[in-house]
Design a protein around this ligand. Structure first.
Ligand code: HEC
Ligand code: HEC
Length: 443
C-alpha cells in the first residue's frame, strides 16, 4: 500500500526512456558534464544548467547500461526548479545539507555533494538506483525530518537527476559523475549503480515462530548484530546458546550490551550514528504494511557503516532475521507494552551470570589460540572485508548520538581493547567435502 509500490514500475521505464528527451538533448550543446563545474558565487540550484549530464544506470533487469544514460539539460533545469521548491530548505542551495531549515536537525539533512546514501536496495556504500531514490522520497524516512513527498512522477524523476549534478566536495566530480582518469577508458563514466538486492520468496511463510527463533539465534551468534545494536538475551542464555550452537560458551560481553553502540560515521554523514534499538526506535526505511520485505532489503543491503549481509548469509537466514527484527519492532506497539516490559525486566534483573566450567585443556595449542580470544579479537581476525563495505571500527566514543534515540547511554568507559570491528559474519564453514568419487562399481 505504499505509494512507491504503485508507481515504481513506471518510473523504472522512465529511467530508461531518456529518448523522450531527444529533442531537448539535440538542442543542448556541450560535452558531458564533469568536474568542470563552474563554482561561481551563485548557488548551484540557482544556476542554469547548460549541458547534458551522463549518469550511471541499470536497466529493468538490473544490468548495467553501458556508458550510462544521458539526461538533457532541460530536464535537469526542471528538476532544479522543483528542488528549489521542495528540497533546498533542508538540503541547501548547494546541496551541502545546510539549508536554512537544517539547523539542529538530527540526523542532519544529507549532503548531496558527498553522494552517500543509506537506504537504497544496493549493498551499503554503493550508489542507489532511481527507483530506490523514488521510494525514499515518496515514502520519507520515519523519525527524521525527511517526510514523505508527494511529487508527481515526472517531476520526481527530474529532481532525482538534478541532485546528481551537485559538484563534489572541493569541486571534484561527485560520485555520480566519476570517470576513468587513465588508461583506455579515460574520460568514460566509471560510476556505477550498485547491484540490486532482489526480494526473494519468503521461505518462512506460515512458520513465523520458527523464523523468529532462528532469527534470534542468528542475530546473537552467526551475524553478531549485537556488536552495534542491543543484545536481547540474558548473559546466561547467550552463553548457553553459544555453547549449544557453536560449541564454545560465550563468557565475555561488551560494555553496555543492552544499549546500541555509537557508530562512527562522520566521514559519510557528518555525524556519528546510534543504531536503533528495535523495541523503541522508529525504523526509517521500513514502511507500514511492507515491514518484512523492507527488513529483508535493509538487512541484505546494510546501511552505510552497517555492512551488507547479502551473500554472507543465505536467503533463508536473511528472512529469519527480518522476522526477528519485526518481532522486536512489534514490541514497540502499544498493545504489546506488557510484553516489552517483561523482556526489559528479564534483561535488567537477571541472575548473576555463571560462566560454564572451562573445557578440559586441549592437547594441541591450536585450540589455545581460539581460547583466549575475546569476541572482538575474533572478529578482527575475520579479515574478509571484501564483501562488507563497512570497515571502520565503532569506537566507544563519547560523542553525541545522532539519532533521536532513548536517553543516551552513558558513554562506555573506554574498553581496554580497541573497539569492535563491525561484526564480520562468521565465515560460512565450507561444507564437508564429499569424499573422492568412489571407484565405479565393478560391472
Ligand atoms: C525538512 C527537511 C528536509 C526536506 C525539505 C527534504 N529532506 Fe531529504 N533528508 C532530510 C534529512 C534529515 C535526511 C537524512 C535522514 C537520515 O540520514 O536518516 C534526508 C535524506 C535524504 C536523502 C538520502 C536518503 C538515503 O537513502 O540516504 C535523499 C535522497 C533526500 N533526502 C532527498 C530529498 C529530496 C529530493 C527532497 C525534496 C523533494 C528532500 N529530500 C527534502 C531532510 C529533508
Ligand atoms: C557495524 C555496526 C552494525 C552492525 C554489525 C549491524 N548494524 Fe544495523 N544499523 C547500524 C547503524 C549505524 C544503523 C543506523 C543507520 C542510520 O540510520 O544511519 C543500523 C540500522 C539498522 C536497521 C534500521 C534500518 C532503518 O530503516 O531504520 C535495521 C533493521 C538493522 N540495522 C538491522 C541489523 C541486523 C539484523 C544486523 C545483523 C545482521 C545489524 N543491523 C548489524 C549498525 C550496525
Amino acid at each position: 500500500m505504499n505509494r512507491s509500490d504503485k508507481k515504481m514500475t513506471h518510473l523504472q521505464s522512465g529511467t530508461r526512456t531518456t529518448g523522450a528527451f531527444a529533442l531537448a538533448a539535440a538542442v543542448a550543446l556541450a560535452g558531458l558534464a564533469g568536474g568542470c563545474a563552474d563554482d561561481g558565487p551563485q548557488p548551484w540550484a540557482l544556476t542554469k544548467i547548460t549541458q547534458d549530464y551522463t549518469f550511471p544506470a541499470r536497466d529493468a533487469a538490473g544490468k548495467v547500461v553501458k556508458g550510462g544514460v544521458v539526461v538533457p539539460a532541460a530536464a535537469l533545469n526542471r528538476g532544479r526548479e522543483a528542488y528549489v521548491h521542495y528540497c533546498y530548505a533542508c538540503h541547501g542551495m548547494d546541496g551541502d545539507g545546510k539549508g536554512p531549515s537544517s539547523y539542529g536537525l538530527r540526523p542532519p539533512p544529507r549532503n548531496f555533494k558527498k553522494g552517500n546514501f543509506k537506504f537504497g536496495a544496493v549493498p551499503a556504500g554503493k550508489l542507489p538506483s532511481d527507483v530506490d531514490l523514488a521510494r525514499i522520497i515518496w515514502d520519507g524516512l520515519h523519525g527524521t525530518a525527511m517526510l514523505p513527498w508527494d511529487i508527481p512522477e515526472q517531476q520526481l524523476w527530474e529532481v532525482i537527476q538534478f541532485i546528481k549534478t551537485f559538484p563534489g566536495v572541493d569541486g571534484k566530480d561527485n560520485r555520480w559523475q566519476q570517470k576513468f582518469t587513465r588508461g583506455k577508458k579515460k574520460g568514460q563514466l566509471k560510476a556505477k549503480i550498485g547491484e540490486p538486492i532482489k526480494t526473494t520468496p519468503d521461505p518462512w511463510k506460515g512458520k513465523s515462530q520458527a523464523a523468529i527463533e532462528k532469527g534470534e539465534e542468528l542475530y546473537h551468534l552467526k551475524a553478531q548484530c549485537w556488536t552495534c545494536h542491543a543484545t536481547y538475551l540474558t548473559k546466561q542464555d547467550f552463553s548457553d546458546r553459544s555453547l549449544a550452537v557453536d560449541g564454545k560458551a560465550k563468557t565475555t560481553f561488551r560494555p553496555n550490551m543492552y544499549e546500541s553502540k555509537l557508530v562512527e560515521a562522520k566521514d559519510l554523514y557528518g555525524v556519528d550514528v546510534l543504531p536503533p534499538d528495535f523495541t523503541i526506535d522508529k525504523l526509517r526505511s521500513i514502511r507500514r504494511g511492507n515491514e518484512l520485505t523492507d527488513l529483508h532489503r535493509l538487512i541484505s543491503a546494510g546501511v552505510g557503516k552497517m555492512p551488507a549481509w547479502t551473500g554472507a548469509l543465505s536467503e533463508s537466514e536473511l528472512w529469519a532475521l527480518a522476522y526477528y527484527v519485526r518481532s522486536l519492532q512489534l514490541l514497540g506497539e502499544p498493545e504489546n507494552r506488557a510484553k516489552r516490559a517483561a523482556l526489559w525486566d528479564k534483561l535488567e534483573i537477571q541472575p548473576k551470570f555463571v560462566p560454564p566450567p572451562p573445557p578440559p585443556a586441549p592437547a594441541t595449542d591450536e585450540a589455545d589460540e581460539d581460547g583466549d580470544e575475546g569476541d572482538e579479537a575474533a572478529k578482527k581476525k575475520a579479515d574478509d572485508g571484501e564483501k562488507k563495505t563497512a570497515t571502520a571500527a565503532a569506537k566507544p566514543a563519547p560523542a553525541k548520538p545522532a539519532t533521536p534515540a532513548k536517553p543516551a547511554a552513558p558513554a562506555a568507559p573506554a574498553a581496554p581493547k580497541t573497539a569492535a570491528a563491525p561484526a564480520e559474519p562468521a565465515p560460512a564453514k565450507p561444507a564437508a567435502k564429499p569424499a573422492a568419487p568412489a571407484a565405479p562399481a565393478a560391472p
